[in-house]
Design a protein around this ligand. Structure first.
Ligand SMILES: NC(=O)c1ccc[n+]([C@@H]2O[C@H](COP(=O)([O-])OP(=O)(O)OC[C@H]3O[C@@H](n4cnc5c(N)ncnc54)[C@H](O)[C@@H]3O)[C@@H](O)[C@H]2O)c1
Length: 282
């Protein structure tokens, strides 16, 4: 898809981090912007900032766990701007906890509902319209390097991101078989400096109430915050994404230094080597 001007992008998780950056870069490329996020104050700020920058923008408060709200988002985008050309299924949260802990089930469910079901709903709701209008368009699903390797203590996050990778690969092949004008990419960054380490700001109270006390895991939380803060900036990620959409590139791996972990894991699989701890996501 090489012509963005006057076309429309829908971005979930657009109020902050990678989603906000994607909105800025697609806006600068001439696109209409439909922003969606669960965090109202941040969404209002993002909408105001993008409007101030001169981009045609609309915003909708939604929870991507809710299929009906994604259907409403599709209607709102089409009512306001007409055909949708770029869909970024980007909203996500980082939450974890050991597999052996029987008490973090609700946090696992919350993570998988947002990170995986949110993306599944986005694809299923928007695709019929994108296929039908027949103009060049593109879906970008945000996964992670955690979708290409399984770091410990990140079970629900890993599961959700592997799911997003599998969904995206499947979709890409189906779009080729069906000969549609819909391109597909999957975004797999390692650490990016965003608000992801504080995802629990959006955690519903009933889910939070089921969690073990934060103090018990605060050391690990501090480590995660430091790794995220030391990540690359969102601008670089946005440039990778726009380049992939322009050139119809499926895999978007933003960290060259992480690629070796993918090769190492693939070698382990074909050589029947058991999983072990090593640097990187694999
Ligand atoms: N930051 C990283 O290191 C990193 C690395 C790999 C992948 N990712 C992925 O990038 C995506 C964006 O995250 P980010 O790093 O910009 O973090 P972020 O916290 O800055 O942004 C995530 C956005 O998603 C929104 N959101 C959360 N739950 C939602 C819900 N139920 N419905 C709608 N919106 C919701 C949040 O309000 C927030 O605006 C996520 O899918 C994340 O898993 C991030």
């Amino acid at each position: 898809m090489d012509d963005f001007s006057g076309k429309t992008a829908v971005i979930t998780g657009a109020a902050s981090g990678i989603g906000l950056e994607l909105a800025k870069q697609f806006g600068a490329a001439g696109m209409n912007l439909m922003l969606a996020d669960v965090e109202r104050p941040a969404l209002d700020r993002a909408e105001a900032e993008l409007r101030e920058a001169g981009y045609p923008v609309s915003a909708r408060e939604i929870d991507v766990r809710d299929h009906d709200q994604i259907i409403d988002l599709d209607h709102a985008a089409r009512d306001r701007f007409g055909n949708v050309h770029v869909l970024c299924n980007n909203a996500g949260v980082g939450a974890g906890g050991p597999v052996a802990d029987p008490d973090n089930l609700e946090a696992w469910r919350w993570t998988i509902d947002i990170n995986l079901w949110g993306v599944i709903y986005g694809c299923k709701v928007f695709l019929p319209g994108m296929i039908e209008h027949g103009e060049q368009c593109h879906i970008v699903n945000t996964a992670s390097m955690a979708g290409l390797g399984s770091a410990p203590m990140m079970g629900p996050y890993n599961i959700s991101k592997y799911g997003v990778v599998a969904l995206s690969e499947t979709l890409s092949k189906e779009m080729q078989i069906m000969q549609t004008a819909v391109g597909v990419s999957v975004l797999c960054p390692a650490f990016v400096a965003t608000g992801i380490a504080n995802s629990d700001r959006n955690m519903p109270d009933d889910v939070r109430a089921t969690l073990p006390k934060r103090a018990a895991s605060s050391g690990m939380q501090a480590q995660i915050e430091a790794m995220v803060a030391g990540g690359i900036n969102t601008e670089v990620v946005g440039q990778h994404v726009l380049d992939a959409v322009r050139n119809d590139r499926f895999w978007i791996l933003t960290h060259d230094e992480s690629k070796a972990s993918v090769t190492a894991r693939a070698n382990d699989i074909v050589n029947s080597v058991n999983p072990s701890m090593r640097a990187g996501f694999a």
